[in-house]
Design a protein around this ligand. Sequence first.
Ligand code: ADP
Ligand code: MG
Length: 770
Amino acid sequence: MSKPLSRDEQMRESLGLGAEDGRLEEEEEDEAPAPPSRRPMNGNGEVSRIRELEAKNLELQNKIQQQEAKKDEQVETIKKLANSRMANIEKKFQEKLAAKERECEDLQASASHDMQEMVLLKGRISELEKQLTGLGVEPSKSVSVTSLPESRLVAEVEKLRAENSSLKSRQMNGANKSTESLEAENRELKQMVDNLTAANSKLISSTKEKISPMEKVLDNYKNATDQNTLNDGTSAMSEQVKKLQQIILDESNARKKAVEELEALRQKMSSKSDLSSKSLSDAQSNVKQLQLSVHEKEKEMAILKQNLKAQQDDFTIKEKDLQRQIKFLQEETERLNKEGSSKLQETRSRLRKGGRRVLSDIKNLRVAMDAAKQGTNTLKQELLPIMKSFYQPLKKAVQRIEKIESGWKDKYVAEAAERKRLHNLVLELKGNIRVFCRVRPKLQHEDSELAIFFPEDGRPDIPESNIAVFDETKGTEKVFEFDRTFGPNSSQEQVFEEVEALVTSVLDGYNVCIFAYGQTGSGKTFTMEGSPQEKGINPRTLARLFEMITDKSQDFSYRVEFSILEIYNEEIKDLLEPGGNKKLEVRQGPDGNYVQDLYLAQVSSYDEVIKLWSKARENRTTFSNNINEHSSRSHLVLSVYARGENRSTGVQSYGKLHLVDLAGSERLSRTNATGDRLKEAQNINKSLSALGDVIAAAAGKQGHIPYRNSKLTHVLQDSLGQDSKTLMIVQSSPLVRDVGESICSLQFATRARTVELGQAKKHTMPGRKK
Ligand code: ADP
Ligand code: MG
């Protein structure tokens, strides 16, 4: 829970002073009674403190002024608001009043109309009475027209009117009359109308009563008189009686009508009174609501007034607080001023004293420095001749050492190069198949662990040119040695550097074969062909060959031919001229093995080769639905045939270079193949095991080497042979996932490495003497 704010804190908050300011002021208030000497300050500090306090003082005054202005503004706003609300209420009240007045007037008008109708009715009744009198019927006292209650009804209507006007005045006064009395009046009115109806019907029946004796008299008179004498009188009488009867009938009809009219009037009166009582109650409830809202507004006003008062009180308190603060700050300023000036003087005298001491120290130091300088000079004088005598021999010695050192460096470089040359020479003399190993990098989408390690992976236990392969299934690590290893970070350039000398020896008449071996996806095509950005061995070799031909063109002329073939399902396909259905077969010729009818394109530049190569690629694509799958199931052989002639001696050379991207070496079981796939896999197996057999037979120096066991070994026969230079690049995936296949490939390559094919031979013929 946070502790409640003190008035001081509230004030600071309301003035927007930060906590730091607050803390400072609090400290000052706490410390105010303490003697000023408790504050250790120097002169400058005091002055800045005074300035600070003055600035704060000014700021506080500004804030007070701002607060006052704000307060006035707020009071004005509240007043305006209250006035406008009162005006609104008054206006509404007036409107309602006017509506009520109109209603009352309407009511009055309809009442006076009713009264007129009543007067008319009264006139008719008196007319009727007169007619009765004319007929000799005494108008009954009991049914005296004048004593009929119409006059009372009129009086009641008058009364209702008076009531309405009194209601109006009561509304004006805001009186609160209950509707009950009005309802009672209505009831009374109804009673009166009922009475009137009863009186009318009584009148009718009494009139009838009076008429019936007259009719009897008339009948008697008719019977008693002589028929003859009476005849005339009777007819006159009967006519008169008829007339009288008609009058009576008319009268009774008129009476009925009057009664009906009275009934209608009664109903009208009752609905009128209903209406007026409803509108009265509406008006009353409106008045009540208005009174309530006026009351509410008054309450609001009172609250606002209270708030205003509280704010004013608050402001007064704050103002007082601020004034107290200002006073305190002014006192503090004064005190600090005084304190500051005395401190200033104190500091000044202290500085003066200190300064004097420093000055004397500096003086002493100067003396000491002068003495030291003198000493150094003397020493220099003494040392100079000695140094001079040492300098020349020292310089000579350094030069001698540098000379010796650079001599050693040169010697070391030369030694290393020689060692390498000798090593290569030994290999060449032995005619070994040379084996390089290249492990591709882990690709972006691959999440398997790494299984192959190099010495540069922080593994000093792995010898140079060796790799360690972790076999997860056995939990052991196998180490393989090669002539050269290339790790995941090796560049295409580094690989080419190592093969360059080999491939260019084709121009000297050697048969050379480089093949990339390994499971699908291990990087064979990347190493041999590469990509436009990262060119592999094939394009680099071809480019270098034409460069060398140009370089040597003064002494040698070359005729270069180029072919590209593919071995798929033990069939040779010409990728440069795929047209014919004729089966291509390997034949023995004067220059060794060759493929009969294979198209050999004569080429004289790298660009021509590239064009042919892209044509071959197109042809290869048309052989298959999926070029990637197809290329992993067929062997691709790029061949260069270079026939050279020494321009001066006429000595001829003929070398063949085969660059081979082998089909994937993965084992059949793993491919789980059937049908066409099975046939492909079997054929791949056949050719790769033939390759192994050829190598093994050569290693065992057996008389018969089974080159003919597969198209691959047959085509490559004279380049895998005893007088050729062969390089195998075994490719491997770096992943644990592929470690089984990797170990198979590495074992195959290790066996090949032990094969000694014997020293390679140049294929040359003596030239014609020129
Ligand atoms: P293969 O011909 O043996 O089936 P690829 O040469 O097609 O294998 O290589 C498989 C994938 O690995 C390709 O995407 C290729 O670009 C990539 N790759 C192989 N070797 C390397 C390498 N040394 N550096 C970078 N990527 C490589
Ligand atoms: Mg490939």
